[in-house]
Design a binder for this molecule. Structure first.
Ligand code: URA
Length: 237
């Protein structure tokens, strides 16, 4: 019975998305060619398709412990992508990224550079919560990274803000301290990328706020087209 109710809920969600996009026209086939989708509709549906696939992922043992996969949310057609580490307790409970205390601080940081959750997309390197919020293990990062890469491929962001050491290590394939990685602008995945401290680190150590403020101001310059400093090109090494 539970499985049946679950199926009904999923069907309802799918129809609601279709209705948002196409009014009362019903489509049973999501092929882009047949629907003659605009590029933003195609992006939207590609992300839903990926999210559906990821919702049943069991590539690592975290799947058995999760309440929800925390896939990501926001505007898939935005130029701006934020990447954090992994869901915590509250994110796992609600299935949404950055909804706990660190998320509230993140909202304040975003507001200070004239951004909000509606005009960007936000996700994490890991889509499932590691127990007791421990650092993700190398095999968990390796299992989950292809999902993030696919999300980047779909969104094609122009600007990426990386939050924290773990996300920076995975994206730059390095283990250098975050203090050596921040305070720079990179080109990666065709986007300008800025790395800064994770908001949870700021909650633990208020001394990191000044550096974070500098980093996000640089990020603001990038997405508002006024950054004219050096760029480390990681796409053409
Ligand atoms: N920390 C993260 O890195 N991501 C979240 O979604 C929440 C806390």
């Amino acid at each position: 019975m539970d499985a049946f109710i679950d199926l009904l809920e999923k069907t309802k969600d799918l129809l609601a998305v279709q209705q948002q996009l196409y009014g009362d026209r019903i489509f049973v086939d999501f092929s882009a060619e047949q629907l003659a989708l605009s590029s933003s509709e195609h992006t939207f549906l590609s992300m839903i398709d990926l999210s559906n696939k990821v919702s049943t992922c069991h590539k690592c043992p975290l799947a058995k412990m999760r309440r929800h996969v925390v896939f990501g949310e926001g505007d898939v057609n935005s130029d701006i992508l934020l990447i954090g580490e992994a869901p915590g307790f509250h994110e796992d409970q609600r299935g949404k990224p950055f909804v706990g205390e660190a998320g509230q601080l993140l909202d304040k940081i975003l507001a200070a550079i004239n951004l909000n959750r509606k005009n960007l997309y936000i996700t994490n390197v890991l889509k499932c919560r590691p127990p007791k919020n421990r650092d993700p293990e190398p095999y968990e990062r390796a299992a989950c990274f292809p999902i993030l890469q696919k999300q980047i491929e779909i969104i094609k962001p122009k600007y990426i803000l990386v939050l924290g050491r773990i996300a920076a290590h995975v994206l730059l394939n390095t283990s250098r301290p975050l203090s050596n990685l921040r305070n720079r602008v990179y080109r990666k995945y065709g986007a300008l990328m800025v790395i800064t401290y994770h908001p949870a680190a700021l909650l633990r150590n208020a001394n990191l706020k000044r550096d974070t403020w500098e980093d996000v101001q640089v990020f603001q310059k990038c997405f508002s087209g006024t950054y004219n400093g050096d760029v480390i090109d990681l796409d053409n090494l």
